[in-house]
Design a protein around this ligand. Structure first.
Ligand code: CMC
Length: 374
């Protein structure tokens, strides 16, 4: 009898973590014990980033210091700006983010120092600079001038400012902030596990985050928020939604933005993000996508009992905010850098090389024939 194979590591507990947990008793994703929706209601993203990285919510003094540090680190090196300028305009921004973090690793003086303190400092630099690099590419590929970050703006406000040259109304900024909070951390998902696997060979944080970005890009993970928008654009108008989703299900298609490895009866982040999607739709006076959203969701639940995940409401929300579709997953990146960094630091503190086994199903032993005899 062969070894038992747990394909996709489904249901396998591979390590411990103190960073986040889906708590069934409160039906919620929690960061360091706090429910994500509670954090959305009472905190701004920077407080949650601090919580994830440092283990507890900051007091006013700690938050001020954290924000000062984040704002100070926003500047990119001349060489990174010049590399971004040379990138093909058609590059996917996820590849831009991946390359930018990799270049940051070449430039960082502490790249090879894996101590917790150095990793925290490096994570702050990656956290501050990645949005700046992405916004620079956002502008350059449209033939526009790069907009420098502004120290007086919050993390969310500054991202709007660097992409669009203006900060939208405070309710839109709040919706964006909420999406960042909801995207910040989710235990051993594939990108985080990738980061932890890279770390487990005692490699460095820039490499681990570079790998995590590549992993997040895939449509079964973070890339789903872009796919949701492609789907909504294909549906075009609410009158088409019912036919479209019924056809898709008849063809046994995978519907993006639905299903989850952990949540089987609904992603606890969705109600909060759905509420903010509604607010943004109201402000932008564009209800079309909300209507499509509701029709597709109802059919998926009624016919398949498959619920939406957080990528389903974030996709159209980012669209209504004015972002290009291929920037949706990069927005996920700028938030998840916090979760990845915390996991990388945790992995270093209790490291065991990640090296599973495989059940071999290839040829039995055979003799090598010399080239002339083959
Ligand atoms: N559309 C249609 N059928 C689905 C979907 C879906 N979105 N999700 C799951 N199913 C079906 C699947 O076909 C399978 O059916 P059967 O048992 O008849 O073969 C059953 O449900 C179980 O699905 P699974 O793919 O074995 O479950 P999994 O835990 O391996 O996959 C998933 C989880 C997220 C990869 C999957 O639900 C999926 O492909 N969803 C679409 C992509 C997506 O939205 N990804 C975002 C994930 S959450 C946030 C994030 O990470 O960014």
């Amino acid at each position: 009898m062969g070894e038992e194979i747990k394909k996709g590591l489904m249901g396998v507990t591979v390590d411990e973590t103190s960073i986040s947990k889906v708590m069934p008793e409160i039906n919620s994703l929690t960061y360091r014990g706090y429910a994500a929706q509670d954090l959305c209601a009472k905190c701004k993203f920077e407080e949650v980033a601090y919580l994830i990285l440092n283990g507890d919510l900051p007091n006013s003094k700690e938050l001020k210091k954290f924000e000062k540090e984040e704002r100070k680190e926003r500047k990119l090196s001349k060489s990174l700006i010049s590399i971004i300028k040379q990138m093909p305009k058609k590059s996917h921004p996820m590849d831009v983010a991946r390359t930018a973090v990799s270049v940051m690793g070449l430039e960082d003086k502490e790249t090879t120092d894996n101590s917790p303190k150095a990793n925290l400092r490096k994570s702050m630099r990656i956290f501050s600079k990645t949005p700046v690099a992405l916004a620079a590419f956002y502008r350059l590929r449209k033939g526009k001038k790069i907009i420098s970050p502004k120290k007086k703006l919050s993390f969310a406000e500054n991202f709007f400012h660097m992409c669009f040259g203006k900060v939208p109304n405070k309710d839109i900024v709040k919706a964006f902030d909420v999406s960042l909070i909801l995207y910040a951390e989710h235990s051993f998902n594939v990108s985080t596990f990738t980061a932890r696997t890279i770390t487990s060979s005692l490699s460095d944080i820039h490499g681990a985050i570079t790998g995590a970005i590549a992993s997040l890009k895939g449509p079964l993970h973070g890339g789903a928020n872009e796919e949701v928008m492609h789907m909504m654009n294909k549906i075009k108008k609410p009158e088409n939604a019912l036919n479209w989703i019924n056809n898709a299900l008849n063809k046994k298609a995978v519907v993006m933005g639905f299903g989850h490895r952990v949540y089987k009866s609904g992603d606890s982040r969705v109600p909060t993000m759905r509420e903010y999607f509604g607010k943004v739709a109201k402000i932008t006076k564009d209800k079309k996508f909300e209507k499509i959203y509701d029709i597709v969701e109802k059919v998926m639940i009624d016919k398949k009992n498959i619920h939406p995940n957080v990528d389903y409401p974030t996709g159209p929300t980012y669209h209504l905010m004015g972002f290009d579709t291929d920037f949706f997953t990069p927005i996920f990146v700028i938030s998840r850098i916090t979760g990845w960094s915390a996991h990388i630091i945790e992995q270093h503190s209790t490291n065991k090389l990640i090296r599973p086994l495989a059940a071999y199903n290839g040829s039995q032993h055979r003799q090598v024939q010399s080239l002339k005899d083959r």
